[in-house]
Design a protein around this ligand. Structure first.
Ligand SMILES: *Cc1c(COP(=O)(O)O)cnc(C)c1O
Length: 396
């Protein structure tokens, strides 16, 4: 018998991936499922990006690259931040990894020691707490409320700081809530981080997906010199519909990048060569594809919110970014729906999948009981039919 390590046993399976797998099983056995669980764009990767990958293969770019990524690409990331956010950085401050998830892992592994505390506003993206725990550091969750649009207030942040606090995780636009902090709100938080000498890890992977008046903020630019304590994470998965290419990046002070580079060099050697050429085309090429996808998401958001508002007892703050609605279903707890008594978000989602064939992710996976997450990265037809089936199930 091979015994499994304490490390592996302490890691929970990714709840979003598990929810997707269950629905896929049902679909494979011929059942029609309305799947609102997945955290990825349903669009194909834009053609010019695929073509660049094809050309990279033909040109023989099928070998190892330097561990932090090819120089051309790191320069392209710098140029993109300069143009879009006015952030100055050098290639030595950029590391390309196998997806933003891997970037976050490397960044945490390079900066945290056992016993360090990491402050995470909840609800939070599923992987944060497990990625922190894997380093031996401790996630400190700060509960927020729907009334404040799930934004952590400066007072809440201050209340969570101890002498062990090392790092603050920010994620705006936020998965699962769709919350976008304003520049002023972020300034108030970063000023406390500066005062308390904390590292800021800002996951900005949804920066190109905001709606209405909401604007994304590049946290590292908020105060002069803030770049020196900020680790900016982003990637191509969400903006360019490139989840399967596994391309993420980090911008951080050069010594942090050097440490991450050592870790990455031992772990994966380098990110995928072909994918790096695809990402290069994504950043340097035409950006209309991003605007087009954003328009589709904006329309689907309005459609989804409109339909959800018609369902009794469901409440939510309107999402301003990303592609999720995070809504309160706790009014249904304690009730029997179509023969099944639901008492929490996991039970609610299990019953909804079995009875109404609609698949959501329970809020408990994101550290927020009473709520569920619906992804609207799917067709108008699926949204209409799925929410109709959902409403009918709730009415029984
Ligand atoms: C999807 C997602 C990521 C990671 O995406 P990759 O595919 O690993 O680049 C990181 N953070 C958040 C909040 C996400 O939703």
């Amino acid at each position: 018998m091979i015994a499994i390590s304490k490390l592996a046993n302490s890691v929970k399976p990714s709840a979003t991936m598990a929810a997707g797998a269950k629905a896929k099983q049902m679909k494979d056995s011929g059942i029609k499922v309305y799947d609102f669980s997945l955290g990825e764009p349903d669009f194909p990767t834009p053609a010019h990006i695929c073509k660049a990958a094809d050309e990279a293969v033909k040109a023989g770019h099928t070998h190892y690259t330097p561990a932090p990524g090819i120089m051309e690409l790191r320069k392209a990331v710098c140029a993109w931040y300069k143009k879009v956010h006015g952030l100055e950085c050098e290639p030595a401050e950029v590391l390309i990894s196998a997806g933003a998830k891997h970037s976050i892992h490397n960044a945490l592994a390079a900066t945290l020691n056992p016993g360090d505390e990491v402050i995470i506003p909840a609800p939070y993206w599923v992987s944060y707490s497990d990625l922190v725990s894997m380093t031996g550091a401790k996630p400190v969750l700060v509960e927020t409320t729907a009334e404040s649009k799930f934004k952590m207030t400066p007072a809440q942040f201050r209340g969570a700081v101890t002498q062990n606090s090392k790092l603050l995780m920010l994620n705006s636009p936020c998965n699962p809530t769709g919350t976008v902090y304003t520049k002023q709100e972020l300034e108030a938080l970063v000023d406390i981080a500066i005062e308390k000498n904390l590292i800021i890890l800002s996951d900005e992977i949804y920066e190109q997906l905001t709606y209405g008046d909401a604007k994304p903020t590049c946290v590292a630019t908020l105060r002069p010199g803030l770049k020196q304590r900020t680790i900016t994470i982003s990637g191509a998965s969400k903006s360019y519909a490139m989840t399967g290419w596994r391309m993420g990046w980090t911008i951080a002070p050069a010594p942090v990048i050097a440490a991450m580079n050592n870790i990455q060099g031992q772990e994966t050697g380098c990110p995928s060569s072909v994918s790096q050429y695809a990402l290069l085309a994504a950043l340097n090429g035409p950006q209309e594809c991003v605007a087009e996808m954003r328009e589709h998401f904006a329309r689907r958001k309005d459609l989804t919110c409109g339909l959800l508002r018609k369902i009794p007892h469901i409440t939510f703050p309107e999402p301003e970014g990303a592609f999720y609605v995070f809504f309160n279903v706790s009014a249904y707890f304690g009730r029997t729906i179509d023969g099944v008594k639901v008492t929490d978000s996991l039970g609610f989602c299990t019953a909804a999948l079995e009875k109404a064939k609609v698949n959501f992710v329970p809020g408990s996976a994101f550290g927020q009981e009473g709520f569920i997450r619906m992804s609207f990265a799917t067709s108008d037809e699926v949204i209409k039919e799925g929410l109709d089936a959902f409403a009918k199930w709730l009415a029984t």
